[in-house]
Write a protein that binds this ligand. Structure first.
Ligand SMILES: Nc1ncnc2c1ncn2[C@@H]1O[C@H](COP(=O)(O)OP(=O)(O)OP(=O)(O)O)[C@@H](O)[C@H]1O
Length: 268
């Protein structure tokens, strides 16, 4: 990145912090294969502290790419991107990522899996263990603290992964279709719990999904993306008060917003 871009990034980060913005992008772009594949182009956005933002868009529009750039796993090709006012240069402790597949270690219990990120940096203490058990309680696995992944359903494994993510202490959660591989019933239940948990830990959350209803139901804002090249088409505000009962999804107001997002995506 050149000097001017770095200065602009620093200036922008100061402005962003003042406004309580946690993640900020200006003209963020990413190409692969020496520019042959434009995964994302010109994405500009501000995500305030504590917001839940859903990313929706067709397959290949750059949702995961954007998430990976925010996580510092891949570098951007253009634009500026800051987290907590600092240019993203690599993975950060306060940013945690969760994928569709839980990637738990089979030979470790739920508790031992949740303690893994702590073990990477130091020897876990009794307080760490207590906190891990509390987090497993929070995600509804009180009775499965000493179970192994093979003894858990897919939904339960994702719950362990969520507890493991929370144990890192990250206050920015990047969730890439975390419940996408689960059946609809389990997914809906986990979504309700996720809403409760992120509010409880006051996390700022970016949540990728293909499901428009789910995106709206969970979020304060929906980032609607369009493909080839991936662009941020609109940031749609979700006006519904919290806590949100599941029945909200049956109301005309909710369905009107679903229709609006479909319109932007051109999927009517
Ligand atoms: N490492 C890579 N090398 C080459 N092309 C890539 C790479 N990663 C992503 N792409 C391309 O960039 C574009 C955006 O991919 P990305 O995975 O971000 O989309 P997505 O919106 O998350 O898709 P999906 O909803 O299917 O997960 C796609 O065209 C994809 O093929």
């Amino acid at each position: 990145m050149n000097m001017i871009a770095r200065e602009a990034e620093t200036q922008m980060s100061k402005e962003g912090e003042g406004a309580g913005v946690v993640i900020s992008g200006r003209g963020v772009g990413k190409t692969f294969a020496n520019g042959a594949v434009v995964a994302l182009e010109g994405a500009s956005f501000d995500i305030p502290k504590g917001d839940f933002v859903s990313l929706v868009g067709p397959s290949g529009c750059g949702k995961s790419t954007l998430l990976r750039m925010v996580a510092g796993l891949i570098d951007r090709t253009s634009g500026t991107l800051t987290v907590h006012g600092q240019p993203v240069k690599g993975p950060r402790r306060d940013v945690g990522l969760m994928f569709q597949k839980a990637t738990l270690l089979d030979w470790r219990t739920s508790l031992e899996n949740v303690l893994l990120p702590t073990e990477m940096v130091r020897k876990p203490t009794q307080a760490d263990e207590d906190e891990a058990i509390e987090l497993l309680n929070m995600v509804g696995l009180k009775d499965f603290v000493f179970s192994f992944p093979s003894q858990l359903s897919g939904g339960m494994q994702q719950r362990v992964a969520l507890a493991r993510l929370l144990k890192t202490g990250a206050d920015i959660l990047l969730l890439d279709e975390p419940f996408g591989a689960l059946d609809e019933f389990t997914r809906e239940r986990l979504n309700l719990e996720l809403m409760r948990i992120v509010a409880e830990v006051k996390a700022t959350t970016l949540f990728v999904t293909h499901n428009i209803g789910e995106a709206i139901f969970l979020a304060d804002k929906v980032m609607v993306m369009t493909p080839r090249p991936g662009r941020l088409a609109r940031m749609v505000e979700v006006p519904f008060a919290r806590p949100r009962p599941a029945e909200l999804q049956l109301t005309p107001e909710f369905n009107a917003l679903v229709a609006e997002v479909r319109d932007i995506l051109g999927t009517h």
